[in-house]
Design a protein around this ligand. Structure first.
Ligand code: 5GP
Ligand code: MG
Ligand code: MG
Length: 203
């Protein structure tokens, strides 16, 4: 969609190619995803937010799940936790990811886990994260990703719940960043060359 048809902050106007997913469209899809998840999930649930990019999706998805629980005859208990994921640098041998920030991963044992992620690109991060989480013996692990990129680089991994499949472009907004910028943008947009240059990391 054209930037002119949506509310985009003036400070980002020249750095974006187009609006790919307006926030209103995302919220509608998130509500549907929440219905599907509530139908499938078994209690007790731990909703695990993968920071930072997953925070907006996590917030909106959990709002819908809470509303469901408040009005449905079949409700379930839910706890929340937050993690940050880093793959070990220069270490291809173990394929282990470093999980930071969680209260206590051992408490995942025997519970249903819903990992909430912003975007799957190659799928490598999620495959490694799942291997690591499964070591803590949860009862069930599901993954909800707002976005799934259609790319030749994909390792074939597909999440249990996908909001939107998107083309192979770098997207920002709705908490997704480019070097920490653009999280303060409501819609999912495609960044342009000017934006990439302007906010390039100083290396
Ligand atoms: P993967 O391991 O699947 O290749 O990459 C996963 C992570 O890379 C995502 O969770 C996200 O943090 C980052 N990433 C991949 N593609 C994009 C993109 O188009 N935009 C943004 N903002 N981050 C991306
Ligand atoms: Mg992510
Ligand atoms: Mg990022």
């Amino acid at each position: 969609y054209s930037l002119d048809d949506f509310c985009v902050p003036a400070h980002y106007y020249d750095d974006l190619k187009c609006v790919l997913l307006p926030k209103g469209l995302i919220l509608d899809r998130v509500q549907r995803l929440a219905e599907d998840i509530c139908h499938d999930i078994s209690s007790p649930l731990v909703a695990l937010c993968v920071l930072k990019g997953g925070y907006q999706f996590f917030t909106d998805l959990l709002d819908c799940i809470k509303n469901h629980n408040a009005t449905s005859e079949k409700s379930f208990q839910m706890q929340v936790d937050f993690i940050k994921v880093k793959s070990y640098m220069n270490d291809q041998s173990t394929g282990v990811v470093n999980i930071m920030g969680s209260d206590n991963l051992a408490s995942l044992k025997g519970k249903s886990i819903l990992i909430v992620e912003d975007i799957i690109d190659t799928g490598n991060t999620m495959v490694k994260l799942l291997e690591t989480i499964k070591k803590f013996e949860p009862k069930q692990v599901m993954v909800a990703s707002l976005l799934l990129k259609r790319t030749k680089r994909s390792n074939g991994y597909r999440p249990n719940y996908t909001g939107f499949e998107i083309p192979d472009a770098f997207v920002v907004g709705y908490a997704l960043d480019y070097n920490e910028y653009f999280r303060d943008l409501n819609h999912v947009c495609i960044i342009n060359e000017r934006g990439k240059k302007r906010y390039a990391a100083n290396t």
